[in-house]
Design a protein around this ligand. Structure first.
Ligand SMILES: [Zn+2]
Length: 508
Protein backbone atom coordinates (compact mmCIF):
# COMPACT_ATOMS: atom_id res chain seq x y z
CA UNK A 1 0.00 0.00 0.00
CA UNK A 2 1.31 3.47 -0.91
CA UNK A 3 1.91 6.14 1.67
CA UNK A 4 -1.01 8.31 0.45
CA UNK A 5 -3.33 5.36 0.85
CA UNK A 6 -2.12 4.94 4.43
CA UNK A 7 -2.89 8.59 5.20
CA UNK A 8 -6.30 8.33 3.60
CA UNK A 9 -7.10 5.18 5.56
CA UNK A 10 -5.92 6.89 8.73
CA UNK A 11 -8.25 9.81 8.07
CA UNK A 12 -11.15 7.51 7.39
CA UNK A 13 -10.49 5.64 10.63
CA UNK A 14 -10.34 8.92 12.53
CA UNK A 15 -13.55 10.10 10.95
CA UNK A 16 -15.24 6.85 11.82
CA UNK A 17 -13.91 6.83 15.38
CA UNK A 18 -16.66 6.44 17.96
CA UNK A 19 -17.57 9.43 20.14
CA UNK A 20 -15.37 10.13 23.15
CA UNK A 21 -15.20 7.09 25.41
CA UNK A 22 -15.25 9.14 28.60
CA UNK A 23 -18.99 9.63 28.25
CA UNK A 24 -19.54 5.89 28.56
CA UNK A 25 -20.44 4.62 32.01
CA UNK A 26 -17.40 3.05 33.62
CA UNK A 27 -17.69 -0.22 35.50
CA UNK A 28 -14.82 -0.33 37.94
CA UNK A 29 -13.71 -3.69 39.27
CA UNK A 30 -11.73 -4.03 42.47
CA UNK A 31 -10.02 -7.43 42.67
CA UNK A 32 -8.68 -8.24 46.12
CA UNK A 33 -6.83 -11.21 47.53
CA UNK A 34 -6.68 -12.08 51.22
CA UNK A 35 -3.15 -13.42 51.50
CA UNK A 36 -3.26 -15.17 54.83
CA UNK A 37 -2.34 -18.87 54.81
CA UNK A 38 0.94 -19.00 56.74
CA UNK A 39 0.92 -22.78 57.10
CA UNK A 40 0.74 -24.40 53.66
CA UNK A 41 3.96 -23.54 51.76
CA UNK A 42 2.19 -24.11 48.41
CA UNK A 43 0.05 -21.06 49.16
CA UNK A 44 3.18 -18.88 48.80
CA UNK A 45 3.55 -20.06 45.24
CA UNK A 46 -0.18 -19.54 44.66
CA UNK A 47 0.06 -15.88 45.73
CA UNK A 48 2.94 -15.39 43.30
CA UNK A 49 1.09 -17.11 40.47
CA UNK A 50 -2.09 -15.07 40.98
CA UNK A 51 -0.03 -11.85 41.08
CA UNK A 52 1.70 -12.85 37.84
CA UNK A 53 -1.60 -13.69 36.11
CA UNK A 54 -2.80 -10.16 36.89
CA UNK A 55 0.51 -8.53 35.91
CA UNK A 56 0.52 -10.31 32.55
CA UNK A 57 -2.81 -8.66 31.79
CA UNK A 58 -1.86 -5.18 32.96
CA UNK A 59 -4.30 -5.51 35.87
CA UNK A 60 -3.38 -4.33 39.35
CA UNK A 61 -4.98 -6.16 42.25
CA UNK A 62 -5.06 -5.48 45.98
CA UNK A 63 -3.32 -8.05 48.18
CA UNK A 64 -4.30 -7.79 51.83
CA UNK A 65 -1.46 -9.50 53.65
CA UNK A 66 -1.56 -11.00 57.16
CA UNK A 67 1.38 -10.00 59.40
CA UNK A 68 2.37 -13.62 60.09
CA UNK A 69 2.17 -14.42 56.37
CA UNK A 70 4.65 -11.62 55.60
CA UNK A 71 7.00 -12.92 58.31
CA UNK A 72 6.71 -16.47 56.96
CA UNK A 73 7.53 -15.31 53.42
CA UNK A 74 10.62 -13.60 54.82
CA UNK A 75 11.62 -16.68 56.83
CA UNK A 76 11.17 -18.94 53.80
CA UNK A 77 13.28 -16.50 51.71
CA UNK A 78 10.46 -15.97 49.22
CA UNK A 79 11.73 -12.64 47.84
CA UNK A 80 10.25 -13.78 44.51
CA UNK A 81 6.73 -13.97 45.99
CA UNK A 82 7.15 -10.62 47.71
CA UNK A 83 8.38 -9.01 44.47
CA UNK A 84 5.45 -10.44 42.48
CA UNK A 85 2.89 -9.15 45.01
CA UNK A 86 4.62 -5.77 45.28
CA UNK A 87 3.75 -5.02 41.66
CA UNK A 88 0.22 -4.63 43.06
CA UNK A 89 -1.40 -2.80 45.95
CA UNK A 90 -0.41 -4.04 49.42
CA UNK A 91 -3.04 -3.86 52.16
CA UNK A 92 -3.37 -5.42 55.61
CA UNK A 93 -5.43 -8.31 56.89
CA UNK A 94 -4.60 -8.43 60.66
CA UNK A 95 -1.58 -9.79 62.48
CA UNK A 96 -2.56 -13.43 63.12
CA UNK A 97 -6.02 -13.65 61.48
CA UNK A 98 -7.61 -16.65 63.20
CA UNK A 99 -5.58 -17.15 66.36
CA UNK A 100 -7.94 -16.50 69.27
CA UNK A 101 -8.92 -13.97 70.42
CA UNK A 102 -9.75 -12.59 66.96
CA UNK A 103 -10.51 -8.85 66.63
CA UNK A 104 -14.25 -9.22 67.28
CA UNK A 105 -13.55 -11.59 70.20
CA UNK A 106 -11.32 -9.10 72.02
CA UNK A 107 -13.32 -6.01 70.97
CA UNK A 108 -16.62 -7.55 72.12
CA UNK A 109 -15.54 -6.72 75.67
CA UNK A 110 -14.38 -3.16 74.91
CA UNK A 111 -15.90 0.28 74.76
CA UNK A 112 -14.92 2.86 72.18
CA UNK A 113 -11.58 4.41 73.15
CA UNK A 114 -10.21 1.35 74.93
CA UNK A 115 -11.29 -0.70 71.89
CA UNK A 116 -9.29 1.51 69.54
CA UNK A 117 -6.29 1.26 71.87
CA UNK A 118 -6.64 -2.53 72.08
CA UNK A 119 -6.85 -2.93 68.30
CA UNK A 120 -3.73 -0.77 67.90
CA UNK A 121 -1.91 -2.76 70.61
CA UNK A 122 -2.65 -6.12 69.01
CA UNK A 123 -2.46 -5.29 65.29
CA UNK A 124 0.19 -2.57 64.96
CA UNK A 125 3.20 -4.91 64.95
CA UNK A 126 1.79 -6.99 62.09
CA UNK A 127 1.10 -3.87 60.03
CA UNK A 128 4.65 -2.72 60.69
CA UNK A 129 6.02 -6.09 59.56
CA UNK A 130 4.01 -6.04 56.31
CA UNK A 131 5.24 -2.51 55.57
CA UNK A 132 8.86 -3.43 56.34
CA UNK A 133 8.91 -6.76 54.50
CA UNK A 134 7.15 -5.41 51.42
CA UNK A 135 9.03 -2.11 51.56
CA UNK A 136 5.93 0.07 51.31
CA UNK A 137 5.47 3.33 53.27
CA UNK A 138 1.76 2.83 53.91
CA UNK A 139 -0.78 0.03 53.54
CA UNK A 140 -3.56 0.83 51.11
CA UNK A 141 -6.41 -0.77 53.08
CA UNK A 142 -7.46 -3.12 55.84
CA UNK A 143 -10.15 -5.76 56.01
CA UNK A 144 -11.01 -8.05 58.90
CA UNK A 145 -10.49 -11.80 59.23
CA UNK A 146 -13.76 -13.64 58.54
CA UNK A 147 -16.69 -11.87 60.16
CA UNK A 148 -14.44 -10.43 62.89
CA UNK A 149 -15.49 -6.84 62.19
CA UNK A 150 -15.66 -3.94 64.66
CA UNK A 151 -15.90 -0.15 64.23
CA UNK A 152 -12.94 0.43 66.57
CA UNK A 153 -10.74 -1.26 63.94
CA UNK A 154 -12.03 1.15 61.28
CA UNK A 155 -11.28 4.17 63.45
CA UNK A 156 -7.80 2.85 64.36
CA UNK A 157 -6.48 2.36 60.82
CA UNK A 158 -4.51 5.58 60.59
CA UNK A 159 -2.73 4.77 63.85
CA UNK A 160 -1.37 1.48 62.48
CA UNK A 161 -0.18 2.94 59.17
CA UNK A 162 -3.09 1.96 56.94
CA UNK A 163 -3.05 5.24 55.06
CA UNK A 164 -3.42 5.76 51.32
CA UNK A 165 -2.85 8.74 49.06
CA UNK A 166 -3.96 12.10 50.45
CA UNK A 167 -4.03 10.66 53.97
CA UNK A 168 -7.23 8.71 53.27
CA UNK A 169 -7.59 5.25 54.82
CA UNK A 170 -9.60 2.56 53.04
CA UNK A 171 -11.53 -0.41 54.38
CA UNK A 172 -11.93 -3.24 51.88
CA UNK A 173 -13.80 -6.43 52.71
CA UNK A 174 -17.16 -8.16 52.57
CA UNK A 175 -19.71 -8.62 55.32
CA UNK A 176 -23.09 -7.42 56.47
CA UNK A 177 -22.30 -5.41 59.63
CA UNK A 178 -22.69 -2.04 57.93
CA UNK A 179 -23.51 -1.06 54.36
CA UNK A 180 -25.02 1.72 52.26
CA UNK A 181 -27.02 0.79 49.17
CA UNK A 182 -24.45 -1.75 47.88
CA UNK A 183 -21.97 1.04 47.12
CA UNK A 184 -18.81 2.53 48.69
CA UNK A 185 -19.40 4.79 51.67
CA UNK A 186 -17.68 6.86 54.35
CA UNK A 187 -17.63 5.47 57.86
CA UNK A 188 -15.48 6.76 60.76
CA UNK A 189 -13.72 8.96 58.19
CA UNK A 190 -12.62 5.87 56.24
CA UNK A 191 -13.48 5.19 52.60
CA UNK A 192 -15.21 1.84 52.87
CA UNK A 193 -15.98 -0.86 50.30
CA UNK A 194 -18.13 -3.32 52.25
CA UNK A 195 -21.45 -5.09 51.96
CA UNK A 196 -21.62 -4.56 48.19
CA UNK A 197 -24.48 -7.05 47.91
CA UNK A 198 -25.46 -7.53 44.28
CA UNK A 199 -22.29 -5.68 43.23
CA UNK A 200 -20.10 -8.41 44.60
CA UNK A 201 -19.15 -11.07 42.04
CA UNK A 202 -17.24 -14.31 42.12
CA UNK A 203 -16.48 -17.26 39.90
CA UNK A 204 -16.34 -20.76 41.36
CA UNK A 205 -12.76 -21.86 40.69
CA UNK A 206 -13.45 -25.61 40.71
CA UNK A 207 -17.12 -26.45 40.21
CA UNK A 208 -18.32 -27.76 36.82
CA UNK A 209 -19.59 -24.93 34.64
CA UNK A 210 -18.13 -22.42 37.13
CA UNK A 211 -16.44 -20.31 34.48
CA UNK A 212 -19.55 -19.96 32.32
CA UNK A 213 -21.72 -19.19 35.34
CA UNK A 214 -19.15 -16.73 36.74
CA UNK A 215 -18.92 -14.86 33.43
CA UNK A 216 -22.71 -14.73 33.04
CA UNK A 217 -23.09 -13.38 36.57
CA UNK A 218 -20.37 -10.78 36.02
CA UNK A 219 -22.08 -9.77 32.78
CA UNK A 220 -25.40 -9.27 34.60
CA UNK A 221 -23.79 -7.01 37.23
CA UNK A 222 -21.92 -5.16 34.48
CA UNK A 223 -25.11 -4.59 32.42
CA UNK A 224 -27.05 -3.34 35.43
CA UNK A 225 -24.29 -0.94 36.50
CA UNK A 226 -23.97 0.39 32.93
CA UNK A 227 -27.69 1.11 32.96
CA UNK A 228 -27.26 2.88 36.31
CA UNK A 229 -24.48 5.07 34.86
CA UNK A 230 -21.50 3.08 36.20
CA UNK A 231 -20.36 1.72 39.53
CA UNK A 232 -18.01 -0.56 41.41
CA UNK A 233 -17.83 -4.39 41.41
CA UNK A 234 -15.98 -6.12 44.24
CA UNK A 235 -14.37 -9.53 43.62
CA UNK A 236 -12.27 -11.40 46.15
CA UNK A 237 -10.32 -14.60 46.49
CA UNK A 238 -7.67 -16.07 48.72
CA UNK A 239 -4.54 -17.24 46.84
CA UNK A 240 -4.66 -20.35 49.06
CA UNK A 241 -7.98 -21.36 47.45
CA UNK A 242 -6.11 -22.48 44.34
CA UNK A 243 -4.02 -25.00 46.26
CA UNK A 244 -5.83 -26.12 49.42
CA UNK A 245 -8.68 -28.53 49.99
CA UNK A 246 -9.72 -26.80 53.19
CA UNK A 247 -8.97 -23.42 54.70
CA UNK A 248 -5.75 -23.42 56.77
CA UNK A 249 -7.50 -21.82 59.74
CA UNK A 250 -10.51 -24.15 59.81
CA UNK A 251 -8.01 -27.02 60.17
CA UNK A 252 -6.55 -25.43 63.31
CA UNK A 253 -8.79 -22.78 64.87
CA UNK A 254 -12.31 -24.02 64.17
CA UNK A 255 -15.05 -22.94 66.59
CA UNK A 256 -12.73 -21.45 69.19
CA UNK A 257 -9.99 -24.12 69.05
CA UNK A 258 -6.63 -22.54 69.84
CA UNK A 259 -3.73 -25.00 69.61
CA UNK A 260 -0.26 -23.65 70.45
CA UNK A 261 1.98 -22.70 67.55
CA UNK A 262 3.94 -25.96 67.86
CA UNK A 263 0.79 -27.92 67.03
CA UNK A 264 -0.41 -25.95 64.00
CA UNK A 265 -1.04 -28.29 61.05
CA UNK A 266 -0.88 -27.69 57.32
CA UNK A 267 -4.20 -28.01 55.47
CA UNK A 268 -4.57 -30.76 52.86
CA UNK A 269 -3.44 -29.79 49.36
CA UNK A 270 -5.16 -30.25 45.98
CA UNK A 271 -3.53 -32.29 43.22
CA UNK A 272 -1.50 -30.03 40.86
CA UNK A 273 -3.75 -30.64 37.84
CA UNK A 274 -6.79 -29.27 39.68
CA UNK A 275 -4.79 -26.21 40.71
CA UNK A 276 -3.58 -25.64 37.14
CA UNK A 277 -7.11 -25.93 35.73
CA UNK A 278 -8.30 -23.34 38.26
CA UNK A 279 -5.56 -20.88 37.21
CA UNK A 280 -6.66 -21.24 33.60
CA UNK A 281 -10.31 -20.68 34.52
CA UNK A 282 -9.31 -17.56 36.46
CA UNK A 283 -7.33 -16.26 33.46
CA UNK A 284 -10.40 -16.70 31.26
CA UNK A 285 -12.59 -14.97 33.84
CA UNK A 286 -10.25 -11.95 33.81
CA UNK A 287 -10.02 -11.97 30.00
CA UNK A 288 -13.81 -11.93 29.83
CA UNK A 289 -13.89 -8.85 32.08
CA UNK A 290 -11.25 -7.16 29.92
CA UNK A 291 -13.29 -7.87 26.78
CA UNK A 292 -16.20 -5.70 27.98
CA UNK A 293 -16.07 -2.00 27.06
CA UNK A 294 -15.88 0.40 30.00
CA UNK A 295 -14.43 -2.12 32.47
CA UNK A 296 -11.59 -0.64 34.50
CA UNK A 297 -9.73 -2.52 37.22
CA UNK A 298 -8.86 -0.39 40.23
CA UNK A 299 -6.94 -0.89 43.48
CA UNK A 300 -7.67 0.32 47.00
CA UNK A 301 -5.07 3.08 46.70
CA UNK A 302 -6.86 4.44 43.63
CA UNK A 303 -10.19 4.76 45.46
CA UNK A 304 -9.51 8.10 47.24
CA UNK A 305 -8.95 9.80 43.86
CA UNK A 306 -12.25 8.40 42.56
CA UNK A 307 -14.43 9.01 45.62
CA UNK A 308 -13.87 12.40 47.20
CA UNK A 309 -15.39 13.86 50.32
CA UNK A 310 -16.33 17.10 48.57
CA UNK A 311 -17.61 19.12 51.49
CA UNK A 312 -14.62 18.01 53.59
CA UNK A 313 -12.23 19.26 50.91
CA UNK A 314 -14.10 22.41 49.91
CA UNK A 315 -15.58 23.63 53.19
CA UNK A 316 -18.86 25.53 53.43
CA UNK A 317 -19.92 29.09 52.72
CA UNK A 318 -22.63 30.94 54.61
CA UNK A 319 -25.38 29.96 52.17
CA UNK A 320 -24.48 26.30 52.74
CA UNK A 321 -24.63 26.71 56.53
CA UNK A 322 -28.05 28.36 56.18
CA UNK A 323 -29.23 25.57 53.89
CA UNK A 324 -27.95 22.77 56.17
CA UNK A 325 -29.36 24.49 59.30
CA UNK A 326 -32.74 24.84 57.66
CA UNK A 327 -32.82 21.17 56.63
CA UNK A 328 -31.75 19.95 60.11
CA UNK A 329 -34.28 22.16 61.88
CA UNK A 330 -37.09 21.10 59.51
CA UNK A 331 -36.51 17.33 59.73
CA UNK A 332 -37.63 15.44 62.81
CA UNK A 333 -34.66 13.07 62.61
CA UNK A 334 -30.95 13.31 61.88
CA UNK A 335 -30.01 11.91 58.50
CA UNK A 336 -27.54 12.37 55.67
CA UNK A 337 -28.24 15.66 53.88
CA UNK A 338 -27.49 16.87 50.39
CA UNK A 339 -26.55 20.55 50.44
CA UNK A 340 -27.45 23.18 47.85
CA UNK A 341 -24.33 22.34 45.85
CA UNK A 342 -25.23 18.66 45.73
CA UNK A 343 -22.68 17.59 48.31
CA UNK A 344 -23.51 14.95 50.91
CA UNK A 345 -23.14 15.88 54.57
CA UNK A 346 -23.02 13.21 57.29
CA UNK A 347 -24.69 13.87 60.68
CA UNK A 348 -21.22 14.24 62.27
CA UNK A 349 -20.26 16.82 59.64
CA UNK A 350 -23.55 18.60 60.31
CA UNK A 351 -22.65 18.72 64.01
CA UNK A 352 -19.25 20.22 63.21
CA UNK A 353 -20.71 22.72 60.75
CA UNK A 354 -23.44 24.10 63.02
CA UNK A 355 -21.39 24.01 66.24
CA UNK A 356 -18.34 25.65 64.68
CA UNK A 357 -20.52 28.28 62.97
CA UNK A 358 -22.13 29.23 66.27
CA UNK A 359 -18.89 29.10 68.27
CA UNK A 360 -17.24 31.44 65.78
CA UNK A 361 -20.26 33.74 65.60
CA UNK A 362 -20.23 34.01 69.40
CA UNK A 363 -16.45 34.32 69.72
CA UNK A 364 -16.00 36.85 66.91
CA UNK A 365 -19.39 38.57 67.43
CA UNK A 366 -19.69 38.48 63.66
CA UNK A 367 -21.21 36.06 61.16
CA UNK A 368 -18.32 34.15 59.52
CA UNK A 369 -18.35 33.90 55.73
CA UNK A 370 -16.58 30.59 55.24
CA UNK A 371 -16.12 27.48 57.38
CA UNK A 372 -13.93 24.42 57.13
CA UNK A 373 -15.62 21.06 57.62
CA UNK A 374 -13.71 18.67 59.84
CA UNK A 375 -14.25 15.02 60.23
CA UNK A 376 -15.56 13.85 63.60
CA UNK A 377 -16.09 10.39 64.98
CA UNK A 378 -19.36 9.47 66.66
CA UNK A 379 -19.82 9.58 70.45
CA UNK A 380 -18.21 7.00 72.75
CA UNK A 381 -21.38 6.11 74.64
CA UNK A 382 -25.10 5.92 74.04
CA UNK A 383 -26.49 9.43 74.62
CA UNK A 384 -28.78 10.19 77.58
CA UNK A 385 -32.40 11.30 77.37
CA UNK A 386 -32.50 15.06 77.12
CA UNK A 387 -33.37 16.63 80.47
CA UNK A 388 -34.31 20.18 79.41
CA UNK A 389 -37.14 21.54 77.24
CA UNK A 390 -35.67 25.02 76.78
CA UNK A 391 -32.70 27.07 77.92
CA UNK A 392 -32.08 30.79 78.41
CA UNK A 393 -29.72 32.06 75.71
CA UNK A 394 -26.70 32.41 77.99
CA UNK A 395 -27.06 28.86 79.32
CA UNK A 396 -27.35 27.54 75.76
CA UNK A 397 -24.35 29.63 74.67
CA UNK A 398 -22.17 28.22 77.46
CA UNK A 399 -23.30 24.65 76.69
CA UNK A 400 -22.49 25.20 73.00
CA UNK A 401 -19.02 26.58 73.68
CA UNK A 402 -18.25 23.70 76.04
CA UNK A 403 -19.54 21.13 73.53
CA UNK A 404 -17.50 22.64 70.71
CA UNK A 405 -14.38 22.64 72.88
CA UNK A 406 -14.95 18.92 73.47
CA UNK A 407 -15.46 18.38 69.74
CA UNK A 408 -12.14 20.06 68.93
CA UNK A 409 -10.22 18.39 71.74
CA UNK A 410 -11.49 14.84 71.10
CA UNK A 411 -12.47 14.83 67.45
CA UNK A 412 -15.78 13.25 68.37
CA UNK A 413 -19.44 14.21 68.65
CA UNK A 414 -19.97 14.50 72.43
CA UNK A 415 -21.93 11.69 74.07
CA UNK A 416 -23.53 14.26 76.39
CA UNK A 417 -23.90 18.02 76.04
CA UNK A 418 -24.02 19.54 79.52
CA UNK A 419 -26.11 22.58 80.32
CA UNK A 420 -24.84 22.93 83.86
CA UNK A 421 -25.87 19.70 85.55
CA UNK A 422 -28.59 18.91 82.98
CA UNK A 423 -27.84 16.48 80.17
CA UNK A 424 -28.76 16.93 76.50
CA UNK A 425 -28.46 14.23 73.82
CA UNK A 426 -26.20 15.46 70.98
CA UNK A 427 -28.87 14.85 68.29
CA UNK A 428 -31.38 17.01 70.20
CA UNK A 429 -28.73 19.63 70.79
CA UNK A 430 -27.85 19.75 67.10
CA UNK A 431 -31.46 20.40 66.11
CA UNK A 432 -31.73 23.16 68.72
CA UNK A 433 -28.44 24.66 67.54
CA UNK A 434 -29.60 24.54 63.90
CA UNK A 435 -32.60 26.72 64.78
CA UNK A 436 -30.29 29.17 66.55
CA UNK A 437 -27.96 29.21 63.52
CA UNK A 438 -30.87 29.98 61.18
CA UNK A 439 -31.86 32.93 63.35
CA UNK A 440 -28.27 34.19 63.62
CA UNK A 441 -27.64 34.03 59.87
CA UNK A 442 -30.74 36.12 59.20
CA UNK A 443 -28.67 39.17 60.27
CA UNK A 444 -26.66 38.76 57.05
CA UNK A 445 -23.02 38.06 56.21
CA UNK A 446 -20.43 40.09 58.12
CA UNK A 447 -22.99 41.57 60.54
CA UNK A 448 -23.37 40.92 64.26
CA UNK A 449 -25.34 37.75 64.90
CA UNK A 450 -28.80 37.92 66.46
CA UNK A 451 -29.50 35.27 69.08
CA UNK A 452 -32.86 34.32 70.63
CA UNK A 453 -33.65 34.97 74.30
CA UNK A 454 -34.71 31.38 74.84
CA UNK A 455 -33.72 28.24 72.93
CA UNK A 456 -36.15 25.36 72.63
CA UNK A 457 -34.52 21.95 72.88
CA UNK A 458 -36.33 19.05 71.20
CA UNK A 459 -36.35 15.60 72.76
CA UNK A 460 -35.93 12.09 71.35
CA UNK A 461 -34.32 12.98 68.01
CA UNK A 462 -33.32 9.72 66.34
CA UNK A 463 -30.24 9.06 64.25
CA UNK A 464 -31.75 7.73 61.03
CA UNK A 465 -28.38 6.48 59.71
CA UNK A 466 -28.48 3.66 62.27
CA UNK A 467 -30.57 1.87 59.63
CA UNK A 468 -27.35 1.13 57.75
CA UNK A 469 -25.99 -0.91 60.67
CA UNK A 470 -27.09 -4.54 61.02
CA UNK A 471 -29.02 -5.67 64.07
CA UNK A 472 -27.28 -8.20 66.26
CA UNK A 473 -28.11 -11.74 65.08
CA UNK A 474 -26.67 -15.20 65.75
CA UNK A 475 -24.78 -15.40 62.45
CA UNK A 476 -23.53 -11.78 62.34
CA UNK A 477 -20.33 -12.82 64.13
CA UNK A 478 -21.03 -16.46 64.99
CA UNK A 479 -21.48 -17.44 61.32
CA UNK A 480 -17.72 -17.58 60.82
CA UNK A 481 -16.40 -21.10 61.44
CA UNK A 482 -13.49 -19.77 63.50
CA UNK A 483 -15.65 -18.02 66.11
CA UNK A 484 -17.18 -20.17 68.84
CA UNK A 485 -20.64 -21.52 68.04
CA UNK A 486 -23.24 -18.91 69.02
CA UNK A 487 -20.68 -16.13 69.47
CA UNK A 488 -22.47 -12.78 69.82
CA UNK A 489 -21.03 -9.27 70.14
CA UNK A 490 -23.88 -6.87 71.05
CA UNK A 491 -21.46 -4.23 72.36
CA UNK A 492 -19.78 -4.08 68.92
CA UNK A 493 -23.19 -3.51 67.28
CA UNK A 494 -23.91 -0.77 69.84
CA UNK A 495 -20.57 0.92 69.09
CA UNK A 496 -21.24 0.55 65.36
CA UNK A 497 -24.56 2.39 65.72
CA UNK A 498 -22.91 5.25 67.60
CA UNK A 499 -20.58 5.62 64.66
CA UNK A 500 -23.58 5.86 62.30
CA UNK A 501 -23.12 9.62 62.86
CA UNK A 502 -20.23 9.39 60.38
CA UNK A 503 -22.03 7.52 57.58
CA UNK A 504 -22.68 8.83 54.11
CA UNK A 505 -22.41 7.38 50.59
CA UNK A 506 -19.10 7.94 48.81
CA UNK A 507 -19.80 9.77 45.57
CA UNK A 508 -17.57 10.55 42.63
ZN1 LIG B 1 -9.14 -13.73 55.74
Amino acid sequence: MKRSAFVLLGCLLLAAAPPVRAAEPEVRVILWFDTEDYLLPASDEAAKRVAEILTARGIRGTFKVVGEKARVLERRSRADVIAAIKKHDVGYHSNLHSVHPTPAEYLAECGWLDGIAEFVRRERAGARDVRRIFGVPGLSCYGQPGSSWAPQAVAALRQIGVVGPGGVSCYLDEGSHVGVEEKPFWYCGVLTVYNLGRNQARMDLFGPGGLEKGCAEFRAVYDRLRREGGGLVSIYYHPAEWVHREFWDAVNFRRGANPPREEWREPPQRPPDETEAAYRRFEKYLDFQLSLPGVKHVTASELPAIYKNRIGAEGADLATVADVAEKIARAGVLDILRDRRGRLVSPAEQFWLIASFLARSIGEDRIPLQLDVQELLGPSERPPLTEVADLPWRAFRDALLDAFDEVRARGQVPAIVFAGVKKIAPADFLRAAASVAQRAIAAGPGSRPAFPETVEVPRGTTLATERFVAEDAPDLFGGWIIHPEGFRAPRIVEMAKLQAWTLKPAEQ
